[in-house]
Design a protein around this ligand. Structure first.
Ligand SMILES: [Zn+2]
Length: 419
């Protein structure tokens, strides 16, 4: 009995000594214990978030902002496609170094694949340091690479068909695919009630009502009514994609937990492209039908609320005390001038960053940062050195002076394999 108490006192004394040593900033300071979750929300933009926050409609994001730091996140300039930017986010490097130039490989014209990437990812570096990692849905992650944990690539969301079976290496390890496949949500799985929240179906004009419109509006209106079904089906697909990766993430957090999770959600971007016109008819040259405006005018905002719920579910499943980063690759502004729109023309130059966790400042709005700073910052949060060949830097404004004293920013020439 006495021995045990002595041992406990000794252990306690040792812990205090270690804490003192660490707080004095001696040596490398070891590595902080950390459970880390990054949720990437493609195209998230403050101009849509801020009014929703003010209405109390994004409670999970609001709680993160309240507990941590938030800021504008400058995207790549000139504008790049999302796979390029998400690869910069995951490597801390600009496209000339990471080698991912778009959706298609410019030489082969085939879909861009992860093995074209010429820079190591933050999950590679974390994995090598002994942390276990999970990567879900990340753009250009197929074919799945070996990681110190699990990977479910962006290809997972496509349901295999007889004429289009899934390719190899949709997951790592490969046998994970059978385990998570039942969690794939396809458009046909979604009940109409699940979709009803995203639109106001009773806003659609009937054909009889349309017939009473002035002639110049009638044609636009009839087309609006006809295309509403197609728009609902597209929305169905966006929700199914995000629900698939959400389900897989929550499942893996329970069944194959790892120190770090990276989850990518695409639906906000898809929804913005498809439904921006409905909420911003005045910005377009061509007239928008009453039906489109009334039915889908609030779809983007409703989708943001859905994204906030997914964020809440991920944080809850991952557990308290985790470090969380929410970021987007670019913002969304709609067409720059009346007329042409679509594709990256609609993307805005500034996305969002929210960060919370041990060592991160609380309730702080900090100056604009850059997408290339995310990887260096994640490394620093884990007490790991930043590659001097990275194009970004640690977002020191986000970190507390105590943390930076205890874990000063360190560098190594490179994290790339030599030779
Ligand atoms: Zn987009």
């Amino acid at each position: 009995m006495r021995h045990r108490r002595q041992a406990r006192i000794l252990a306690g004394g040792l812990a205090i000594a270690v804490a003192l040593w660490l707080s004095a900033g001696c040596g490398g300071g070891g590595a902080p214990e950390r459970r880390f979750l990054l949720v990437g929300i493609d195209a998230a933009d403050w101009s849509i978030i801020d009014p929703l926050l003010a209405e109390g409609k994004l409670p999970n994001l609001a709680a993160l902002m309240e507990a941590g730091v938030s800021c504008d996140l400058r995207s790549l300039e000139p504008k790049e496609k999302s796979p390029v930017i998400w690869t910069t986010i995951a490597t801390g490097k600009l496209p000339d170094k990471h080698g991912i130039g778009g959706y298609l490989d410019p030489t082969t014209k085939h879909i861009m694949t992860s093995n074209v990437r010429t820079a190591r990812t933050v999950w590679d570096i974390l994995g090598e340091s002994g942390r276990t990692v999970t990567v879900i849905g990340w753009l250009v992650s197929w074919p799945a690479e070996q990681v110190n944990g699990s990977m479910v690539t962006d290809y997972f969301r496509f349901a295999p068909r007889e004429d289009r079976p899934l390719p190899e290496k949709v997951t790592y390890p490969p046998e994970l695919l059978d385990e998570v496949s039942p969690l794939r949500v396809v458009a046909a799985d979604l009940e109409d009630e699940e979709l009803a929240r995203f639109m106001s179906l009773d806003g659609a004009l009937t054909r009889e009502e349309a017939q009473r419109l002035p002639r110049e509006e009638l044609f636009v209106e009839m087309r609006g009514i006809q295309s509403a079904d197609m728009q609902v089906n597209q929305l169905r697909d966006f929700v199914a994609g995000d629900r698939s990766f959400l389900g897989v993430a929550k499942y893996l957090m329970r069944e194959r937990p790892t120190d770090a999770f990276f989850v990518y959600l695409r639906g906000v971007d898809s929804t913005c492209h498809k439904f921006w016109r409905a909420g911003h008819a005045d910005d377009y040259d061509r007239p928008v039908s009453h039906t489109e405006e009334r039915v889908f005018g609030g779809t983007i905002e409703r989708y943001y609320e859905f994204a906030d719920e997914m964020l809440g579910e991920l944080i809850e499943e991952f557990g308290e005390g985790a470090t969380v980063i929410v970021c987007s690759d670019h913002g969304f502004t709609g067409p720059p001038l009346k007329g042409d729109s679509g594709g990256i023309r609609d993307h805005g130059p500034v996305g969002v960053l929210v960060m919370v966790g041990p060592g991160v400042k609380e309730r702080a709005r900090i100056p604009e940062q850059n997408v290339r700073d995310i990887t260096p910052t994640i490394l620093s949060l884990h007490g790991l050195p930043v590659g001097e060949d990275m194009d970004g830097a640690v977002i020191e404004e986000a970190l507390t002076p105590e943390f930076l004293r205890r874990y000063p920013v360190r560098t190594v020439p490179t994290h790339e394999p030599s030779g």
